[in-house]
Design a protein. Structure first.
Length: 320
C-alpha cells in the first residue's frame, strides 16, 4: 500500500509538471503551426497554382478552402471556449417543433468551487471550468475546446485536411521538378520558383503526412459528434455502460438524437438552425445553446441507466 501511494504521488507530480510545460510551450506550438500554414499557402501559390487544371473551377475552390482553414483556425484559437461564470448572457434557444430543451443539472466543482452545469468540466491547465469541455489542445490551438470554439476546431481540421490533400495531389509534379526528375523532358529551368527547392519538398512531405494524421483525429472527433459525445463523455459513458450492464440495464445517452440530427445541432444548421451552406463559408456561427440547457431524447431528463449521484466528476480523472 505504501509503495502504491508513493507511485500515485509520483505520477501526479509528473502530471502537474507536464501540464506546466505544456501550458508554457503552447505559444511556440501556435507560432510553428502558423509558420507551417502560411509557408504551405505560399508554396501552393508559387509552385502549384500555375499548373492547376480547369483554373476557372479550381481557383475559387482553392481560395474558399484556404479562407475557411485560416479563419476557422483563427477563431478556434481566439474565441474563448466558454469558461463558467465568464459570460452569463443566455443565448436564444430554439424550442417547439424542432427539439425539446431541458435545463442542465447544476453541480459544484470540487477544484475551483464554481457552480457549473452538466457537460462542463475542470481543465487542469487553464484551472477553470469550461462549458461542454472536450479537451485542452496545446499543440494546435493552445486553448481548451469548449462550447464556443468546438465548431471552429472541427471545421479547421476539416479544411486543413482538404487543403493538405489538394496540395499533395496537385504538388507532386513540383516535387519531381524540385528533385530534378522532370528537367529532362520539360525544357524548363531547373527551378524557376521563388521558394527554395528543399523548402518546397519539406512542406510537401509535411502536408502529405499531416493530411493523414489530422484525418484520423478528425474522423474520431466526427464519430463522437455523431454520437453526441465529447472526449470526456466518451470515457464517462464507457464506465456508465459497464455499471448499467451489471444491473441488467442499458445505458442510454440522453443527448443522442440520431447521427444526422446530432451533426445538425453541433454545427447549428438544418431545422431551427442556420442554412447548410454556412458550412462552406468562413462564418462565425454560435452554438444552438448557451451550455446551460440541452436538447435531449424525447422522454429523457437525464441519461438512462445512470442514477442520481452516480455522475462521474473531475476527481475521477476523466477531465483531460
Amino acid at each position: 500500500m505504501i509503495c502504491h501511494a508513493f507511485t500515485v504521488r509520483c505520477f501526479k507530480r509528473l502530471e502537474r509538471w507536464a501540464d506546466r510545460i505544456t501550458g508554457a510551450a503552447g505559444p511556440f506550438f501556435i507560432a510553428f503551426a502558423c509558420a507551417g500554414i502560411f509557408t504551405g499557402l505560399f508554396a501552393f501559390q508559387d509552385v502549384v497554382a500555375a499548373t492547376l487544371r480547369w483554373k476557372l473551377l479550381s481557383w475559387p475552390i482553392c481560395l474558399l478552402v484556404a479562407a475557411n482553414m485560416v479563419m476557422h483556425y483563427w477563431w478556434a484559437c481566439t474565441v474563448p471556449p466558454g469558461f463558467v461564470g465568464e459570460d452569463e448572457r443566455p443565448l436564444s434557444i430554439r424550442t417547439g417543433r424542432y427539439f425539446d430543451v431541458t435545463p442542465a443539472t447544476i453541480t459544484t466543482c470540487s477544484k475551483c468551487l464554481s457552480q457549473r452545469p452538466e457537460r462542463a468540466h475542470h481543465c487542469r491547465i487553464c484551472n477553470r471550468c469550461v462549458l461542454k469541455y472536450d479537451h485542452h489542445c496545446p499543440v494546435r490551438i493552445n486553448a481548451c475546446v469548449g462550447i464556443h470554439n468546438e465548431r471552429h476546431f472541427i471545421l479547421f481540421m476539416t479544411y486543413f485536411v482538404l487543403a493538405c490533400g489538394i496540395f499533395a495531389v496537385n504538388g507532386f509534379d513540383g516535387v519531381l521538378l524540385a528533385l530534378g526528375a522532370s528537367y529532362v523532358y520539360t525544357g524548363m529551368d531547373p527551378w524557376p520558383y521563388r521558394i527554395p527547392q528543399i523548402a518546397f519538398i519539406l512542406i510537401y512531405v509535411l502536408a502529405a503526412v499531416l493530411s493523414l494524421a489530422v484525418l484520423s483525429m478528425l474522423s474520431y472527433h466526427l464519430w463522437m459528434v455523431m454520437h453526441a459525445e465529447t472526449s470526456v463523455e466518451s470515457q464517462d459513458f464507457h464506465i456508465y455502460r459497464k455499471v448499467a450492464k451489471r444491473r441488467g440495464e442499458t445505458f442510454t445517452n440522453s443527448y443522442d438524437l440520431g447521427k444526422i440530427r446530432n451533426l445538425e445541432l453541433f454545427f447549428n444548421v438544418g431545422k431551427g438552425g442556420y442554412p447548410y451552406y454556412t458550412l462552406l463559408l468562413p462564418m462565425r456561427i454560435p452554438p444552438y445553446t448557451d451550455g446551460r440547457s440541452w436538447a435531449r431524447r424525447p422522454g429523457y431528463r437525464q441519461h438512462g441507466g445512470v442514477r442520481e449521484g452516480e455522475e462521474l466528476t473531475d476527481d475521477d480523472g476523466q477531465d483531460a
